[in-house]
Design a binder for this molecule. Structure first.
Ligand code: SAH
Length: 216
C-alpha cells in the first residue's frame, strides 16, 4: 500500500464508517485518521485493513471493527489526563489510539505472543507511556491501580469485581457484557460507593478468559 492511498483510505474510513454513524469526539476521530491501522493487520488480510469489519490477528483472536474501536474510545470520555487500563492488547491497535488520548496506559493480554508482537510494533512506532502486562486481565492490575478509565475488548458475563474496586472516583469502565457470542456494550460509572450502568448497544467480542470472565 502506498502512503497517499492509505491516508486516503483512513480519511474515508473515518468519514463513512465513524463520523457518519454519529461519533463526534474530534480527538478520537483524528487519532483514528492518523494511526496506520494496516500495520496491525496480518499480511494475508491487510488489503482489508480499512474495511468495515473485524479481522483475524492470529491465536483465534480478532482486531475489532474500526467503528467499535471509535465507539468504545469515545464512550470513555477521555480528556487527556487519565490513567487507563486496557484489557485485551491483541494487535495493539486500540492501545495506540488510547495512548494518544490519555496520560498513562497499562495494557494486559493473556496470550504472550500477541503482547510481545504489539510491544515490538509500538516500539518501532515510538509510542510511549504504555506498560505491557501478560496475564489475566479479569483481575485488573492491582499493582498499577487506581485507574480513571478501564476498557475491555473481551466480553465478560458480568463486570469483573476487581475492576470496580480498582476504579477511581468518577471513573468509567467500558466493556461488552453478556454471553459468549453476543453481548451489550456497557458503560459503568463510579459515583462514591455506587455505580451507574448504561447499555450503549449490541456487540460481538471474543470472550474474556479468566477468573472473573469465562472459564475457557
Ligand atoms: N483491542 C484489540 C482487540 C483484541 S481481541 C485490538 O485492537 O487488536 C481481545 C483480546 O483479549 C484477545 O487478544 C484476547 O487474547 C484477550 N483476552 C481475553 N481474555 C483475556 C484476559 N483474561 N486477560 C487479558 N487479555 C485477554
Amino acid at each position: 500500500m502506498d502512503l497517499v492511498k492509505e491516508t486516503d483510505l483512513r480519511r474515508r474510513m473515518v468519514e463513512e464508517q465513524i463520523r457518519r454513524r454519529g461519533i463526534r469526539d474530534e480527538r478520537v476521530l483524528s487519532a483514528m485518521e492518523e494511526v496506520p491501522r494496516h500495520l496491525f493487520i496480518p499480511k494475508a488480510v491487510r488489503h482489508l485493513a480499512y474495511a468495515d469489519e473485524p479481522l483475524p490477528i492470529g491465536e483465534g483472536q480478532t482486531i475489532s471493527q474500526p467503528y467499535i474501536v471509535a465507539e468504545m474510545t469515545a464512550a470513555l470520555r477521555l480528556s487527556g489526563t487519565e490513567k487507563v487500563l486496557e484489557i485485551g492488547t491483541g494487535s495493539g491497535y486500540q492501545t495506540v489510539i488510547l495512548a494518544r488520548l490519555c496520560r498513562e496506559l497499562v495494557t494486559i493480554e493473556r496470550i504472550a505472543s500477541l503482547s510481545e508482537a504489539a510491544r515490538k510494533l509500538l516500539a518501532t512506532m515510538e509510542v510511549g507511556g504504555v506498560t505491557f502486562v501478560v496475564g489475566d486481565g479479569s483481575l485488573g492490575s492491582p499493582g498499577h491501580a487506581p485507574f480513571d478509565r478501564i476498557l475491555s475488548a473481551a466480553a465478560s458475563p458480568s463486570v469483573p469485581a476487581p475492576w470496580i474496586s480498582q476504579l477511581s472516583e468518577g471513573g468509567i469502565i467500558v466493556l461488552p457484557v453478556g454471553g459468549r457470542y453476543e453481548q451489550e456494550l456497557t458503560r459503568v460509572t463510579r459515583a462514591g460507593s455506587r455505580t451507574e450502568t448504561e447499555v450503549l448497544g449490541g456487540c460481538r467480542f471474543v470472550p474474556l478468559v479468566g477468573m472473573y470472565g469465562f472459564q475457557s
